[in-house]
Design a binder for this molecule. Structure first.
Ligand SMILES: Cc1ncc(COP(=O)(O)O)c(C=O)c1O
Length: 370
């Protein structure tokens, strides 16, 4: 096998996303030999003490990082967040009941479709239709009419494609719990657990490897599904089996554990939030100071610090931007196919120097072509 000197460029991809080199180095070591067992992480049985340690550490560090109260269970579930779109509805919405799903973007729209297919007898109400506004904002006070007595209100806290974010959780009808897709911002700011019954995220943006989700849910909510379900679809069975109904995604769980510990070592969620805000400020400064050369896709008051979506004045300029950015060794900057333009995704592991480099590139590009 050829061993070459690794090369790293600036990766602004929306996910799978950049990971810290310290974590990648540890994973590389653990591929050959984890915990001095002489067996690599990919080769260990999921029923042996080494993996017990790996799983235990991942759960414990997740709880410490997210300051997750003890009444909340932590599950690692195979499949991305898209799988959760169905599982949440199947486990939680009784037949003929209603759940609220404000539509703030592509991902919440997909969650609506999946929930309707999962429980056809239920009403999936859409109390806010962001599509009407080209998804340029999330509902402001009074703009949403939640359903009294709904089973829950599902929302996407940070909208990965259009780059909007709920700065505070939406208001559901009184007594209605919140269910949150935090895929693009989990551990990027503190979570108000009192308001949330279930929070989920796929791993590949903020804590590692694609194809696995983290589900954090109040025990009382998931202890018993509202209908009989196949075991892999049931949160109660995942809980009883401690995330090991079958052979779990062992490598992804190990990577998640290392990512949680890395975030704790950086100073935890508040420090990650401070860095994310600083990274975003650099990019928004270039947008706002460009005299209209760059235009943000979202309204100022709900801009995401994680996914910064913008466009230039013509599609030709958008294309020239991504072409020149690629030549300058920036990757992943083309906008999502549903939004077009440019998108810079700066998840928890993205360094401030990467954002500084991009801000400088944007500045120089505007000088050259503005
Ligand atoms: C907010 C949000 N939800 C859900 C998903 C879907 O995740 P997955 O591809 O892991 O199913 C994504 C992926 O980009 C996302 O950004």
């Amino acid at each position: 096998m050829n061993h070459r000197q690794p090369k790293r460029i600036w990766n602004f991809s929306a996910g799978p996303a950049t990971m810290p080199t310290e974590v990648l180095d540890q994973l590389a070591e653990d591929l050959i030999d984890v915990d001095s067992t002489g067996i690599g992480i990919l080769e260990h049985s999921h029923r042996q003490p080494t993996f017990d340690r790996v799983l235990g550490d991942a759960v414990e560090s997740c709880r410490a990082l997210g300051e997750i109260p003890k009444e909340y269970e932590i599950l690692f579930v195979p499949g991305g967040a898209t799988v959760q779109f169905s599982l949440i509805a199947l486990n939680l919405i009784p037949d003929n009941a209603t759940a609220d799903y404000p539509d703030t973007e592509v991902w919440s729209a997909k969650a609506i479709v999946e929930a309707r297919d999962a429980v056809p007898s239920a009403t999936i109400a859409v109390p806010f239709e962001g599509k009407r506004y080209r998804y340029d904002h999330v509902p402001v006070e009074g703009e949403m009419t939640p359903t009294p007595g709904a089973t829950y209100l599902h929302y996407c806290s940070n909208n990965t494609v259009h780059g909007t974010r709920f700065h505070t959780p939406p208001k559901a009808a009184p007594g209605v719990p919140l269910v949150c897709d935090a895929s693009s911002e989990i551990f990027g700011r503190p979570m108000d657990w009192n308001k949330h019954a279930l929070v989920y995220a796929s791993a590949q943006k903020n804590f590692g490897v694609a194809g696995m989700s983290l589900v954090i849910a109040h025990r009382d909510l998931i202890r018993k599904p509202v209908r009989r379900l196949p075991s892999m679809f049931s949160y109660a069975v995942h809980l009883a089996a401690e995330s090991r109904i079958n052979t779990p995604p062992t490598f992804a769980i190990h990577a998640a554990g290392l990512m949680f510990r890395w975030m704790i070592a950086q100073g935890g969620v508040r420090e990650i939030e401070r860095r994310n805000d600083a990274k975003a400020a650099l990019i928004y400064k270039e947008i706002d100071g460009s005299g209209g050369f760059y235009r943000g896709l979202s309204r100022m008051e709900c801009r995401s610090p994680i996914n910064v979506s913008f466009r230039l004045n013509t599609e030709e300029l958008d294309q020239m931007f991504t072409k020149e950015a690629t030549e300058a060794e920036f990757d992943g900057l083309a906008g999502h196919r549903d939004a077009g333009g440019i998108r810079a995704s700066m998840y928890n592991a993205m360094s401030i120097s990467a954002s500084q480099a991009l801000a400088q590139f944007m500045h120089d590009f505007a000088q050259r072509h503005g």
